[in-house]
Design a binder for this molecule. Structure first.
Ligand SMILES: NC(=O)c1ccc[n+]([C@@H]2O[C@H](COP(=O)([O-])OP(=O)(O)OC[C@H]3O[C@@H](n4cnc5c(N)ncnc54)[C@H](O)[C@@H]3O)[C@@H](O)[C@H]2O)c1
Length: 274
């Protein structure tokens, strides 16, 4: 392994996504796993490779991000932090990493528009690259591009996103991002046809700023799925993406790790670096 390999630390290392990232980074020839952080006390002090059944990687799981960030500043090559933690902590995690000059690749969803703006200003001031990617799957980028095409011909659209029942935020960052992409075209969607009454609050889903309704389903047995439904008189056009294994996100994660150190600001969305 060359000394110029990319030093990578993973925050949320013991989670469902963090585990996949550890495996992917450990298997990437141009990367070097230098740190693993997780709040889960069952793993503290253990070798993260042993925790994952990969054999020793000589990287212990730490419980404190600040300690890991301080340690990472001793690296001679610029360090990347991949974050797959929790919507409640991601903002502070990203701020801390940037404060230490470490480039975050953020998969954790749930950052508000205001938090994203603040982090973008913070990254600008620090001249540190940061990638916030609500969905690392290439198929989802293709779905969003197809939705943009379809929106030229359809005025009516709704989004359904379906996830496993451990997901903390709703709607998904991907569904919000899809609505934003459709909104950026400057079109007004879903002109009202009738006056509606909801007999159960929320029955018509959440209304995004773009006047697009988003419906969130949470069930065990699901992983991550999204439908974009376009309707016009006499036809329905449905775009659907299904995730069956979290490994589908890893090519996007590794690409982001390779790109983020070239940036000096915050960039939002995988499509911007493809
Ligand atoms: N961008 C994408 O493509 C993508 C794909 C899947 C999931 N996600 C998002 O990634 C996030 C994590 O998803 P998951 O399924 O891996 O969740 P998970 O609950 O399986 O894992 C989260 C891990 O983070 C740890 N953690 C929580 N707060 C922490 C903190 N402050 N510091 C350190 N560790 C902390 C937890 O102990 C846990 O091990 C969610 O926001 C989810 O929506 C994004």
């Amino acid at each position: 392994m060359s000394d110029r390999s990319i030093p990578v630390m993973v925050n949320g290392a013991a989670g469902k996504m963090g585990r996949e990232v550890i495996k992917a980074v450990a298997g990437a020839e141009d990367m070097r796993l230098i740190g693993a952080v997780d709040l889960n006390p069952d793993c503290h002090g253990q070798d993260v490779g042993e925790v994952l059944g990969l054999g020793a990687l000589e990287v212990p799981v730490l419980d404190r991000l600040e300690a890991m960030l301080a340690f990472a500043t001793q690296e001679t090559e610029p360090v990347v932090m991949v974050d797959f933690t929790h919507p409640d902590s991601v903002y502070e995690n990203v701020r801390s990493a940037i404060a230490y000059g470490i480039s975050p690749v953020v998969g954790t969803t749930g950052l508000s528009v205001q938090q994203l703006q603040e982090l973008a200003e913070f990254a600008d001031k620090a001249s540190t690259g940061c990638l916030v990617i609500p969905n690392f799957s290439i198929g989802m980028v293709l779905l969003q591009q197809a939705a943009i095409q379809a929106s030229k011909y359809f005025d009516h659209v709704e989004i359904i996103e379906l996830h496993h029942d451990q997901k903390a935020d709703a709607p998904s960052g991907t569904a919000i991002k899809t609505a934003q992409l459709l909104g950026e075209l400057g079109k007004s969607y879903n002109p009202p046809k009738v006056e509606e009454t909801e007999k159960i609050s929320g029955a018509r889903g959440g209304l995004a700023d773009e006047n697009i309704r988003i419906h969130s389903v949470r069930l065990p047995g699901l992983i991550a799925h999204q439908e974009v439904l376009f309707g016009s008189p006499g036809e329905l056009y449905t775009l659907r993406h299904d995730t069956s294994d979290r490994s589908c996100y890893m090519p996007g994660v590794l690409l982001a790790v390779r790109k983020v150190r070239e940036l000096k600001t915050l960039v939002y969305g995988l499509e911007k670096i493809l």
